[in-house]
Ligand binder design. Structure first.
Ligand code: PRX
Length: 692
């Protein structure tokens, strides 16, 4: 209660100006706070006292400045990085309004820097050379390794020199298909060092997906490893790359060099299939190169990486992030949202194949000089206590993961958690999908012993870094709410007409002005960038998410409002799954919807219409699922295939997904109006086949 009082006092002394931030009005009133007491979880006094942002008042002060004077706020922060040359007069330039011309976002343009230099050289110069940058924990308990900042720098330079040697230049793309070995962040940093643009493809994607990305960005080189062990399974990554390279060359993109790391714990060199004229063993060449490598200085607006992500329609989109703004933004969000201190040991369970691994395994932590754990294996191998074993082993203080992992571990005995001390933990984090309050409480009470604030960070591949997130120590928490916008983020909720709504409300989550970490375009398709994100609600960036705001101003994310499905925090486009299904010769038509899933958040539910005369069979069901695994990856495999003699369509031929969602979730009394369907009988036929 002392802390509660302190918070209320701090709110009572709020400067009047704070009241001008509409969405914070309620919490400023303090009264709301007291009223909601039972739902609020306060950080301890001790925690708040040591936090970067110790109170709502401090947050408001900083937030207000970030909105009123973005240029001043962000250039003050940016000044603590190394710039070969300072940015020009204009700190940022933006047009988020399609009615006023092309969408354009620039931060620190004219500033010359290098993110690898800021991650490594700067820290070494500051005396952190012998600090551990990465603790690597292998799939098998007991298999581990470390790299200090200076060792990491040397490794990065060797690879950077090799890449230069084979002709990779500034602006060239490099495709990376690696599991969570230290070589993955090493590769990202080596690319950044020489100004090359990395495009990491999650090593769970299939050969076809990998080929599609290679064809789109035409890399100079592909970097992979021979195999990886996840849990008790060995996955032959090199075979997948071989298949992808055959496919991409058929589409006219051939790759001269495939640099392959020998991951000895999974597979020996000798058993790896090899193409002499193209394939190169990492261990044969990289150690021979010098451990220093001059930095390629780049403009703040030069591209740093491409990362493909799924949309509601069409092919995956190549999200483009640039250097300067992304650097400043990931570093700053990391520091504040996790209340990072130099003594912390940080562990994020995400894979570098996703944006979380880019911003919060590689760049954010290193820019702060942090020590981070990288884990190669599966979180429940050899048993569901593995995560807490790792927490104790490395004395992890900040643990950042996804709700799906929390929910899957919750199903096992609590004893898997309580047998470990977990005393080192002080901050927990969650990302990827809304965290349901029961999972939140289990995470908070059991894993964090009711003392660690949870940073439920809402953001996206497109946003580069956190957008709505608790600042531990500042806010009383509400289980399941991502709380308030980060500094510089003007999050707004709009109605279906695109009109901003104030106070307690729900609607579409948009952002009103740019922030340094925003993506700048979609690779090779600026028009799609504008159409997808800026045209739905002119004047705003549209996130694709629904959101409500409660009377205290807290934000509650409610999931995607488009045809994107979020499976275990992985974004999957319904159109991609549908196209994989219909490529099966016996499939005439398919419609895919998301359905609630106890562990994965959402599962994939596919309605499939077969070619006339083809009978339903278990074998065919398996064949259809296999098609999706082959074309996208195992993580996108439908959980359920529902045979559909026909699909509910309007007279103009549009599939009514609303009805399919209700059938998929068996909410049969909520089907709504079906009279506008071309053939209303279809619905009864579908219901009759629900359990076939
Ligand atoms: O729906 C939101 C959900 O994940 C989507 C972004 O997916 P992706 O680009 O793959 O990035 C995932 C990691 C940042 C969002 O549109 N999402 C992400 N974090 C949260 C979330 N939904 C609710 N709460 C979150 N904390």
């Amino acid at each position: 209660t002392t802390n509660h009082l302190r918070h209320v006092e701090s709110l009572a002394t709020m400067p009047s100006g704070a009241g001008n931030i509409p969405h914070l009005n309620a919490i400023v009133l303090g009264e709301a706070l007291a009223f909601e007491e039972n739902d609020l979880i306060f950080p301890s006094d001790d925690f708040s006292r040591q936090a970067h942002v110790p109170s709502p008042l401090k947050y408001l002060e900083m937030y207000e400045r970030s909105i009123e004077d973005p240029a001043g706020f962000w250039s003050d922060i940016a000044s603590s990085f190394y710039w070969k040359q300072k940015w020009g007069q204009q700190v940022y330039l933006e047009n988020l309004d399609v009615r006023k011309g092309d969408i354009r976002i620039e931060w620190f343009k004219g500033g010359i820097t290098n993110i690898c230099y800021n991650c490594l050289d700067s820290n070494v110069e500051a005396g952190l050379g012998d600090k551990i940058a990465f603790y690597w924990e292998g799939n098998e308990p007991g298999v581990d390794a470390t790299l200090t900042y200076i060792q990491l720098l040397h490794n990065v330079c060797q690879l950077a020199n090799y890449l230069k040697d084979i002709g990779v230049k500034k602006g060239d793309a490099v495709v990376v298909y690696l599991p969570m070995l230290m070589e993955l962040p090493i590769t990202m940093l080596a690319c950044a060092r020489i100004g090359a643009v990395h495009s990491v493809v999650f090593a769970g994607f299939s050969a076809e997906s990998l080929a599609q990305r290679i064809v789109d960005c035409k890399p100079k080189v592909v970097i992979t490893c021979n195999a990886v062990k996840r849990g008790s399974k060995v996955i032959h990554l090199k075979d997948i790359v071989d298949a992808a390279l055959i496919e991409s060359s058929e589409s006219g993109v051939s790759i001269d060099v495939c640099l392959t790391y020998e991951n000895q714990s999974a597979m020996k060199k000798e058993s790896t299939k090899w193409k002499e004229e193209r394939d190169v063993w990492w261990q044969d060449v990289i150690p021979k190169y010098p451990t220093t490598c001059a930095v390629e200085w780049v403009d703040a607006e030069d591209p740093l990486f491409l990362l493909y992500t799924s949309g509601s329609t069409g092919k995956p989109k190549g999200v483009v992030h640039t250097t300067g703004g992304y650097m400043v933004y990931t570093a700053t969000t990391f520091k504040y949202a996790f209340d990072y201190k130099p003594s912390d040991i940080y562990w994020c369970t995400a894979d570098c194949g996703w944006i979380t691994g880019h911003s919060y395994v590689t760049y954010g932590p290193l820019l702060n000089g942090a020590s981070a754990v990288i884990f190669e294996g599966a979180p429940n191998y050899p048993n569901p206590g593995r995560c807490w074993d790792i927490v104790d082993k490395y004395q992890v203080t900040i643990f950042y993961t996804a709700p799906t992992l929390v929910r899957s571990l919750m199903r096992d005995s609590d004893e898997y958690v309580t047998r470990y001390s977990r005393k080192s933990l002080r901050v927990l984090g969650s990302v990827g999908e809304p965290i349901n309050p029961s999972a939140w409480r289990w995470f908070f009470n059991l894993v964090g012993d009711s003392k660690c604030p949870i940073s439920d960070t809402w953001w996206q591949t497109e946003t580069g870094g956190f957008m709505i997130t608790p600042l531990p120590g500042a806010w009383p928490q509400k289980p399941g709410s991502a709380t308030f916008p980060f500094f510089g983020v003007q999050a707004v909720i709009v109605d279906e007409k695109g009109v901003e709504i104030e106070g307690e409300c729900s609607g579409y989550l948009c952002v009103k002005s740019s922030w340094p970490g925003a993506f700048r375009t979609l690779y090779g398709d600026h028009e799609r960038y504008e159409t997808t994100y800026f045209k739905p609600f002119p004047g705003y960036y549209f996130s694709g998410d629904g959101c409500s705001r409660d009377k205290d101003g807290y934000h509650w994310l409610t999931g995607r409002v488009d045809d994107v499905i979020n499976v275990s925090g992985h974004r999957i486009g319904t159109a991609e799954v549908e196209s994989a299904l219909v490529s099966h010769p016996q499939c005439a038509e398919a419609a895919v919807v998301g359905v609630e899933h106890e562990v994965k958040g959402q599962g994939i539910y596919a309605f499939v219409t077969l070619v006339e005369g083809v009978p339903y069979s278990e074998e065919l069901r398996k064949g259809l699922i296999l098609n999706v695994r082959k074309q996208i990856g195992a993580f996108a495999a439908p959980d359920k295939v529902h045979w559909a003699p026909g699909l509910p369509k309007t007279r103009s031929g549009k599939i009514m997904r609303r009805i399919l969602r209700k059938i998929a979730s068996r909410q049969l009394d909520e089907l709504g109006d079906t009279s506008t369907l071309a053939d209303p009988n279809v619905v009864d036929q579908l219901i009759a086949l629900a359990d076939v």
